[in-house]
Write a protein that binds this ligand. Structure first.
Ligand SMILES: NC(=O)c1ccc[n+]([C@@H]2O[C@H](COP(=O)([O-])OP(=O)(O)OC[C@H]3O[C@@H](n4cnc5c(N)ncnc54)[C@H](OP(=O)(O)O)[C@@H]3O)[C@@H](O)[C@H]2O)c1
Length: 317
């Protein structure tokens, strides 16, 4: 239902003009080399922030950084190479970010893959789960000290972690909590969109679980649905969908307005879920219930177990 409603979302209300100057603040945006993430990075740079773009295409990043420096000199963009589908690469990139950015005021966990041909990550986890959920889970473990340091010196709730979910998690009928994980869907060759939707539901679980397992952190951890947007996400969805996307879907920048609201709007609280274009919304009732109960806890424990071997933080001086 949410997915259908998103085709007729009201005009964006939270645009760049609403937000204060972000000079001296550092934000991390995963998947910031394209689509919604790139638009979010641009909006933050225009507010004079320092933005660490996380992605896996070094050559493209070099060109983008030159373009950003030329077009938005008031901001400061940097790039860290990191492949979320390889926990060894997440470790290396996570260590690099922690080393260079000891204070981080906001993280947008935006990168995502949707419906490629069935594949597994480097460590053998189903590709959607491994990339969208597990890769981000491990990355957040590396970013945690920097985020907690920022929260320590900032007004409560203003340091944020934004988990980019989707309305599509509501499209899995008959599955209580909209998710089924056991050994990361390893041998369950479900249709790719079901695997994608479960991973996006996983992102919504994580938003709640992060705060549950970091009580009194002062950080607001929120989930959001960026809307129905014309981006490269549909690259594996067949020619027709990809060809007509610009006629039926909204521009990527609209999704970035929701990310910006999740990051900066003063009315957002820990545990909120935002919908297009940056307004408070609700998750499907059973999804919200399940993430608060044993199913959510089980998911967190599994993610901790599966990423543990790759979590080797360096000492930051
Ligand atoms: N577009 C929509 O209508 C829509 C709707 C609901 C939710 N979302 C969510 O919004 C977020 C942004 O997607 P988008 O629409 O902007 O699509 P997009 O342009 O395809 O952006 C996704 C980004 O994620 C990156 N990524 C994918 N796999 C990665 C990996 N293994 N390691 C590092 N980065 C990786 C991609 O990099 P590469 O180019 O290297 O693959 C790309 O930069 C996603 O989480 C998506 O699930 C989008």
């Amino acid at each position: 239902m949410e997915h259908i409603k998103n085709f007729w979302a009201a005009k964006p209300q939270y645009k760049e003009v609403e937000y204060a100057d972000q000079r001296d603040k550092t934000f991390v945006v995963t998947g910031g080399l394209s689509g919604v993430g790139m638009e979010c990075a641009r909006l933050l740079l225009k507010k004079r922030a320092r933005v660490v773009i996380v992605g896996r295409n070094k050559d493209f990043a070099r060109d983008l950084l030159s373009e950003l420096a030329r077009d938005i000199p008031e901001g400061e963009a940097a790039f860290v190479e990191l492949d979320l589908a390889d926990l060894e690469s997440v470790k290396k990139g996570g260590q690099e970010i922690a080393r260079h950015y000891p204070v981080i005021h906001g993280v947008v966990l935006n990168a995502g893959t949707m419906a490629p041909p069935y594949a597994k990550t480097k460590q053998g986890h189903e590709i959607h789960w491994g990339t969208n959920v597990m890769g981000h889970h491990l990355l957040m473990k590396y970013l945690e000290p920097s985020v907690l340091r920022a929260a320590h010196d900032s007004p409560p709730g203003t340091v944020r972690i934004v988990w980019v979910a989707a309305s599509s998690s509501t499209l899995i009928p008959g599955l209580e909590g909209s998710i089924r994980f056991n050994t990361n869907n390893e041998d369950e060759k479900k249709p790719p969109h079901v695997l994608y939707n479960m991973s996006k539901t996983g992102n919504a679980y994580e938003a709640y679980l992060w705060s549950k397992f970091h009580p009194h952190s002062g950080v607001s951890s929120v989930s959001m649905d960026p809307g129905n947007l014309s981006t490269n996400l549909t690259r594996h969805s067949g020619g027709l969908v990809h060809r007509f996307k610009d006629y039926v879907l909204y521009p990527a920048k609209f999704g970035a307005y929701t990310e910006l609201a999740a990051l900066l709007s003063p009315t957002i609280k820990d545990g909120d879920h935002l919908v297009p274009w940056g307004v408070p919304g609700t998750l499907r009732h059973d999804v919200d219930e399940a993430r608060r109960g044993p199913k959510g806890e089980e998911m967190w424990i599994e993610l901790e177990r599966d990423t543990q071997a790759f979590f080797q933080p360096e000492e930051v001086h």
